[in-house]
Design a protein. Structure first.
Length: 555
């Protein structure tokens, strides 16, 4: 009986070993299908920051026209700023496709594109063998927290990181002037996407060039030479940072650096796989979470990676000592990125953006997937560990896909309701939206910046567009005072009855500050008390109203 069970398993393993690329491609297509279906079957599948990208790309397009409706409020900084890459790409998409199609394309590319960049790098570094076993982990990583928040520039930069390292690895023993120039071009493209990803790319190239055995004396000067053109761009960005605020690393919520428990809690805070605050009770996920004090998806991922690592160790024991030596630079790089992602600083100061260690952790996990030496050998123990790791990752992948589908439904419902107000706002108006964020189960908030879509094809100036108030943004307000109108995306909520009056006072103060430069006020939630407060400056009766949304014109 035991032999009968083992023979089909071994036959399947042999089949996978003979055609690793075909099995990896088939597995990828099967798991990618639900992601694309969730995006394209819901017209208003929106990420948290996605609307900011759409609106500001539209502003860039309009700035090229003689009848630019935003001329009096926004100016474009035609300087070598990071973040230009995605805005130009999205502007190109929006010049060809309607707004919703362009949005769905960018959401798809930043997910599925990242997945295939990871698998492509693995093909370059490790070959096709064992790729099918890590495909579920790559799929999970492609629908991570940063993606759902909508950090498109960084995700494009992560793709540039993977592609640049893949080309370098292919050329490492035959670098010359032409290839160094091509690498420099890839690094500049990475800079135009995001400064963090390109800085990590330059660091990775330096580590790999020195730590990889072989002709390092020839490769290192050419590698450093390819990084050199990046230096003036990074110096330019550093000057921007210093002009805005002093940059210094910050470890938040870490009061006692000698406490292992606090460090453990700090490491958990960098979880890039966490999409929901409370995962659905699928496959006993609540029980699993209570036992391990981690979300179920994360638990299955850790278990799967642990089993694959065990399988890899068994496989490595059967190899010659020299077999893994060429990849020691990758191992060092991966370890450094994972440690920095788990225990590094949260940011370099409030003015310089957040999610620093989450970004580095994503690059570390992507590197791990590319170099994990898992393969199917003739060792029965190795096969069992590999099969167990694959099963655990598939379970985690199913949980993550379910979370994305649930988010798609919530996003589509909420966004569609808010966007019904757009025809009633008018054109060339100055608009402010106050969002009493509805309670949901997701880290990303689809309504938070959705009001920016009121400005597309209408010429409306949306004060919720906080991007032009940032020093590293390619668009800026002509009047610097406008940066303080709705500074930051978070508004007071009414979740706590004890603080309801305080929240109402804060909203009243906010409305009084913005009313003199606002023609239309859009309100989601908030209740009649808020409407009474706004009635001092805006009409008593809304020009449009549905279950949650009200649109008021200024008196």
């Amino acid at each position: 009986m035991r032999l009968r069970w083992f023979l089909p398993t071994r036959a399947l393993s042999d089949s996978i070993s003979r055609a690793p690329r075909s099995w990896a491609l088939l597995t990828s297509c099967i798991l990618v299908g639900p992601i694309l279906a969730a995006i394209w079957s819901h017209p208003f599948f929106v990420t948290q920051d996605g609307s900011i990208y759409l609106y500001n790309s539209h502003i860039i397009l309009q700035s090229l026209k003689s009848n630019n409706p935003f001329r009096d409020h926004y100016s474009v900084r035609w300087l070598p700023m990071p973040y230009w890459g995605v805005y130009l790409f999205l502007a190109l998409l929006m010049s060809v496709f309607p707004e919703r199609i362009a949005d769905h394309l960018i959401v798809s590319i930043t997910s599925v594109g990242l997945l295939f960049c990871i698998l492509w790098l693995r093909q370059k570094v490790f070959g096709g063998e064992g790729t099918m076993l890590v495909v579920p982990l790559a799929v999970i990583l492609s629908i991570n927290t940063l993606w759902l928040i909508g950090l498109y520039n960084f995700l494009f930069g992560a793709g540039c990181y993977l592609v640049t390292l893949g080309f370098w690895w292919s050329w490492k023993d035959d670098l010359g002037l032409k290839r160094a120039i091509l690498l420099a071009g890839l690094l500049i493209c990475g800079y135009l996407c995001h400064p963090v990803s390109v800085s990590v790319t330059a660091f990775a190239l330096a580590i790999l060039s020195v730590a990889t055995p072989g002709r390092w004396r020839r490769r290192t000067p050419w590698t450093l030479g390819s990084i050199l053109p990046l230096a003036p761009l990074l110096c330019f960005y550093r000057n921007l940072m210093q002009a805005a605020a002093r940059a210094h690393p910050r470890w938040t919520d870490l009061d006692n650096v000698l406490s292992p428990r606090q460090w453990l809690g700090y490491a958990r805070g960098a979880n890039i796989f966490l999409i929901t605050d409370d995962e659905p009770d699928i496959l006993f996920s609540h029980t699993i979470s209570r036992l391990c004090h981690l979300p179920a998806t994360t638990t299955w991922i850790i278990l799967g990676v642990a089993l694959l690592l065990a399988s890899s160790l068994i496989g490595v024991r059967s190899e010659s000592p020299q077999a893994g030596k060429p990849r020691r630079g990758w191992i060092l790089l991966c370890a450094l990125l994972l440690l920095a992602g788990l225990f590094g600083p949260d940011d370099l100061g409030e003015a310089h953006g957040g999610f620093l260690r989450e970004r580095i952790l994503l690059l570390g996990v992507a590197t791990l997937i590319a170099i994990l030496p898992v393969r199917l050998t003739r060792s029965r123990a190795q096969r069992l560990f590999a099969a167990g790791g694959l099963a655990a990752l598939l379970i985690g992948c199913c949980l993550q896909l379910a979370a994305v589908w649930n988010y798609a439904k919530v996003s589509d419902r909420l966004a569609a309701e808010l966007m019904t107000a757009k025809p009633y706002i008018g054109a060339r108006q100055r608009v402010a939206a106050l969002i009493d964020q509805p309670e949901d189960n997701y880290r990303a908030k689809p309504l938070l910046h959705l009001a920016d879509l009121f400005g597309i094809d209408t010429g409306n100036v949306i004060w919720n567009n906080y991007g032009p108030g940032l020093y590293y943004f390619p668009i800026e307000f002509r009047d610097a005072r406008n940066t303080e109108l709705l500074h930051g995306p978070v508004f007071p909520e009414f979740a706590d009855p004890e603080n309801a009056q305080k929240d109402l006072d804060e909203w009243s103060k906010l409305i009084s500050e913005i009313q003199s430069r606002t023609d239309v006020l859009v309100v989601w939630g908030g209740g009649p008390d808020l409407d009474d407060t706004a009635a001092e400056w805006f009409e008593d009766e809304p020009v449009f109203e549905n279950d949650d949304v009200r649109v008021f014109k200024h008196r």
